[in-house]
Design a protein around this ligand. Structure first.
Ligand SMILES: [Zn+2]
Length: 55
């Protein structure tokens, strides 16, 4: 394990179909949940994606 690893890999989940479409890095010190509009291939539209645990 790297000593200076402050980045956490999280998944971004579509709030419509609950599919995990993206993974992104997040600073571990950041408490806020990530949320952004991204393209969902399942919904075939841009939907709100929210941070969730990977796996
Ligand atoms: Zn979707």
């Amino acid at each position: 394990m790297a000593k200076n690893d402050t980045r956490l890999i999280v998944a971004l989940r579509c709030q419509v179909c609950k599919n995990k479409n993206y993974t992104t890095y997040k600073n571990k010190k950041l408490q806020d949940k990530l949320s952004s509009k991204k393209y969902c291939p399942v919904c075939t539209a841009h939907t709100q994606h929210e941070e969730t645990k990977l796996k």
